[in-house]
Write a protein of this length. Structure first.
Length: 731
């Protein structure tokens, strides 16, 4: 066991670049950021995790109140009256159990009910504007909640954070704090109130004012607004939030908004995200400026951006459209969200994050993975990755830890109920702590040659009740994760600053302005690179135009009427991508209709697949152009075997020919096996030595590839160097 021998007082905390990744620094020393988090503060669990070598503890506090008193008792109990007794007791209880711990608590900020009663004009409204909030209707969690656009709440919440910090800094345990993970909104994740339950925020006076301010900044004059909205009766002074009907409609079944008809909805969705994020930034600033010594700010963000859209309107009301605003702020040091809720099963799954981790690192922010994957003590009926056996739990936990190691980020084990981790997992946690701390000395730079390109603003152009994001962003995380080569997910607007990749997969990039198109031309259409475009890439400009897709992809694309299933037949041919394919394969999601629908009509392109509904309509084609290669697919979410073939054509190094989870950076290689155990041959990009870190402790010297027999549902981690180099902590 690895219990810290003594307490190290915290003098400074920051995030800065270290060996290729943003890294947590405490007292100017790099730390892994591995953390224990719980809702159920059992002293024995804090003591055990400290014994296992986990230095950072997280638990729930509040600066004013939380949605549930079981999380934390109210602090702002009445106007001008604050009671920190429960908060002090929680902190002291944790430190009694783990006296050497550093603390990174989750601090809730939710306006108390008395504040909402005194400030009813600042309260969220659902569905339509009205003079007063309605009991039983404009409520979430049984109470009124503040508008995310409310300046009054923004100031109140910021002041309460400052008060809390002043209180903490007067205590003898002040030097245990690394900073705050500040949280609010639905599920604590800065999703607007009630969104999970299908509510449509926000028609409050503060949001209406914010929307009009947004329009003034965007358009400047009534004439420009009227032209954009195609309405002669609207003005900057009278514009209002789109109706519920406008936000959910799908004219003709189209899953993409026409800016000529729905620009008002697009504008509101962007404004709403900006307001939510600006509230976050105001509170983050109060935290940064409140501490007398450097401390970090951490917040949920990007949640659901890259996962299943299980609630149809979630993406539009979770602030993720303004993710770039957060990334550019000096007041945010770190971001987090739960581990991807899709693909958690042993053998079939893939450990990934529900945010564009490549761009988060590019902007110098540290990512904390919230590992809330359910473990075997809970039983399989609990879902969210639950397993029946210790072996499957270890496989999945190692796989998620591998994703963390690939990205060089941080993580907490989220022991929600206080009963998720038993003795076999204690050994795994201890080993993970040791590996993560040693890996800090290694080159953790990305070696990914595939970029998954996503665009937050394009989400605003998705019609409200569609779940197309699941097909375009969520499910491809699994198929690309199983292709045998590591990938980075990056934002469209970051391509100019990102590293060079060999294959760029544009997943949901419907909307592109002229500046973005020119940037893509400079970055992607050169140096033998390959671009893979999906569905309606570039379709949305000032209007909806299939010609925009043609100009974006370099391939002539035509519209096809109606909404259709997307199944594509991939047929053997002599093109390098499909050469040697033994039979026809079908991919697509036949249970999902797609509209608009397109096909390729380009005599210079090679047909790789045709629509299963009409063999005369090519729906996957490849084309070689001047200095670059282009692939277009109507159907999203290609299978791993097809991705591997396209990637190989693009010159991407393939480490593993099997469809199973793989992770790699400059110093580590990880693989998590599927349902079939047996021999694996892993190919390296150059001759290297290899040392196995889990279980078997095997080594290979100066090899271009190595073979190992692995059981089913097993995660292996390999250091790309010698055993002596690993033991010395250097590479």
């Amino acid at each position: 066991m690895m219990r810290s021998s003594s307490f190290v007082p915290v003098r400074s905390v920051e995030v800065k670049q270290h060996n290729g990744r943003p890294t947590l620094f405490v007292n100017n020393s790099p730390e892994s950021g591995l953390t224990y988090m719980t809702y159920n503060e059992k002293p024995e669990n804090f003591a055990k995790f400290e014994e296992l070598g986990v230095r950072v503890m997280s638990f729930t506090l509040t600066s004013d109140c939380s949605l549930s008193e079981s999380w934390s008792a109210p602090v702002a109990v009445a106007p001008g009256k604050y009671d920190y007794s429960d908060l002090d007791a929680r902190i002291e209880g944790v430190l009694k159990a783990a006296p050497n711990a550093w603390l990174l608590p989750r601090v809730y900020t939710v306006a108390p009910e008395w504040w909402c009663a005194q400030n009813e004009d600042e309260v969220t409204r659902y569905g339509a504007p009205r003079e007063h909030p309605r009991p039983g209707i404009d409520v979430y969690h049984g109470r009124f909640n503040p508008s995310m656009a409310s300046r009054a709440w923004r100031n109140f919440a910021s002041d309460n954070m400052t008060r809390l910090i002043e209180h903490i800094q007067q205590k003898p345990w002040a030097d245990h704090f690394l900073g705050f993970h500040f949280a609010s909104g639905t599920s604590e994740e800065w999703v607007d109130w009630g969104t999970h339950d299908g509510y449509f925020p926000d028609y409050s006076p503060p949001m209406i004012r914010a929307f009009r301010d947004f329009l003034r900044q965007r358009y400047g004059a009534d004439e420009a607004l009227q032209e954009a909205w195609q309405r002669s009766d609207v003005t900057l002074a009278t514009a209002t939030i789109p109706t519920l009907e406008e936000r959910v409609r799908e004219p003709g079944g189209s899953q993409i908004r026409d800016p000529g008809e729905s620009q008002n909805v697009v504008d509101y969705l962007l404004c709403h995200s900006y307001e939510l994020v600006d509230t976050m930034l105001a509170i983050a600033r109060a935290i940064k400026e409140g501490f007398s010594e450097p401390r970090i700010t951490l917040a949920f963000s990007g949640s659901y951006f890259c996962t299943q859209c299980w609630q149809q309107y979630l993406l539009h009301n979770s602030g993720c459209l303004a993710l770039e605003r957060l990334l550019k702020s000096p007041y945010i040091d770190a971001l987090t969200s739960p581990s991807n809720y899709m693909h958690r099963g042993a053998g079939t799954g893939h450990g990934s994050f529900i945010a564009p981790e490549g761009s988060i690192a590019l902007h110098g922010k540290l990512w904390f993975d919230e590992n809330d994957i359910r473990t075997h003590p809970l039983g399989k009926t609990r879902g969210f990755g639950s397993t029946n056996t210790v072996d499957d739990t270890i496989c999945i936990q190692r796989r998620q830890f591998s994703a963390v190691m690939q990205q060089g980020c941080a993580m907490w084990w989220f022991d929600m109920g206080g009963n998720w981790y038993d003795e076999p997992m204690h050994q795994e946690i201890c080993q993970s702590v040791s590996i993560a701390q040693r890996a800090l000395d290694l080159d953790r730079s990305s070696v990914s040659e595939i970029a998954l390109v996503v665009d937050p603003e394009s989400i605003a152009y998705m019609n409200g009740s569609t779940q197309i994001a699941t097909l375009l962003i969520g499910r491809p995380r699994l198929s690309f994760g199983h292709c045998g080569a590591p990938c980075d997910m990056v934002l469209l607007n970051d391509l100019a600053e990102a590293k060079d990749y060999k294959l760029y997969a544009f997943l949901n990039v419907f909307h592109m302005n002229d500046e973005q198109r020119q940037m893509v031309d400079r970055v992607v259409r050169c140096d033998g690179k390959t671009a893979w475009w999906f569905h309606a890439a570039g379709y949305v400009g000032d209007t909806l135009d299939a010609g925009n897709i043609s100009r974006t992809t370099g391939i002539t694309i035509e519209p096809y009427p109606g909404h259709n299933w997307s199944d594509t037949e991939i047929r053997p041919c002599e093109h390098p991508i499909l050469r040697g394919l033994d039979r026809t394969h079908v991919y697509g999601d036949s249970g999902w209709w797609m509209c608009p629908f397109f096909f390729a009509e380009d005599p210079e392109a090679t047909t790789l697949g045709v629509w299963a509904g009409n063999e005369h309509l090519p729906t996957m084609v490849a084309k070689e152009l001047d200095g670059w290669q282009s692939v277009w697919s109507m159907a999203p979410n290609p299978p791993a075997w097809l991705i591997r073939r396209v990637a190989r054509w693009a010159g991407v190094h393939i480490y593993n020919e099997l469809d199973e989870a793989l992770y790699a950076n400059a110093s580590l290689l990880m693989v998590s096996t599927n349902h079939d155990g047996g021999p694996r041959t892993l190919k390296l990009p150059r001759r290297q030595s290899v040392h196995e870190l889990f279980d078997r402790r095997r080594s290979w010297q100066d090899v271009k590839e190595f073979s190992i027999d692995l059981p089913r549902h097993h995660t292996g981690m390999f250091f790309l160097g010698t055993e002596d180099q690993w033991q010395a902590g250097m590479h």
